[in-house]
Design a protein around this ligand. Sequence first.
Ligand SMILES: [Zn+2]
Length: 388
Amino acid sequence: MCRPRCNVRFTDIQHQDRALSILRRALRSGRTHHAYLFEGPEGVGKERAALALAARLLCDDSELAADADACGSCESCRMFAAETHPDFRLIHRGLHKLHPDRTIRSSKGLYLVVDVVRQFLIEPAAMKPSHARRKVFLIRDAERMNEEAQNALLKTLEEPPGDARLVLVTSSAHRLLPTIRSRCQRIPFDLLPAAFVTERLVREHLVPEGDAAVLAGLAGGRLGVALHWHRIDLLGALEQVAALLAGLADPDPEAFGKGLVECATGLAEHAIGRSAVQAEDVDDELNEGGKKGEVGTDALRDALKLVLALVASLLREALLVRVDAPRLANRRLTAAAQRLAAGRGEASLTSGIAAVAQAEWMLDRNVAPALVGERLAVALLGEAGLPA
Ligand SMILES: [Zn+2]
């Protein structure tokens, strides 16, 4: 099977004109920076662009125009696509499992720790490339480097070995030390147009068009996020949430709270199922505090946050329905929003959205998920003016 790395080209990265023009200019001038920071929202093509840059920097074809894509057929390009290029290294949290030290191998790998960064980046960066003219290191989720790791990397960034190129990829640049940020050339990535996200979901991932439009709307211009949500069946969860909200006419806060938690558990289980099939994406956080395949506390909280966002988006949709401007292009969801809109006034919907924000706040302060759901139900019932 063709891995995602195959055929990643600059020409495939769309709606990122700012980023690509900076990179193309650098390639044309023949003076690429030794360290780049690809920053911007999650799921908009940063890592794909970083892979395209890496492939270009490693390509053997000396006849190519400087700012053209990698040739795709030389030995370097073939090794790159096969993920066997000796001068390319993807640095990610799962690497701790390959570390020679047993204690590091058996750690949870929540962060990119200094031992991992030293073993797989700092030390190899100081060595000569073995095939290409240079070595390229791509750091996925660079903000996951803890402070010690970032400080250690600083020295490599200050005195970069001549033939090493580093690409740090992050959607939380503010979590990097200012000294790391200032030593990199920053490449900004933007949100994608919703119509483009919809089209990609339909054409490349065979998502039904109605679903794709809803996912694109919810993900707000982040293709990777929309795709992940499709894979964990977020729309199924959205329908569950709509049914729970509809059930509030027959109030039972406890059942509502339980329903929200069940919905979150379903999402978290889907996410674990997905990470189990994608070896590189194994997210230990999902299993934290539990056996393999069991939903851990942090994973449940994250999933419940997503469920709360769905509650808020349905309440917002109901507000839009009231002014005759529905946004979710899905018949069943629009119908659910219409039911909500019919039962509640504008003020009630608005304060319902505020109640969701309050529930998120409680969740962040470690209030038990079921209780958060129950409190939200009580708040929503109060706002609806329904009998208790
Ligand atoms: Zn090539």
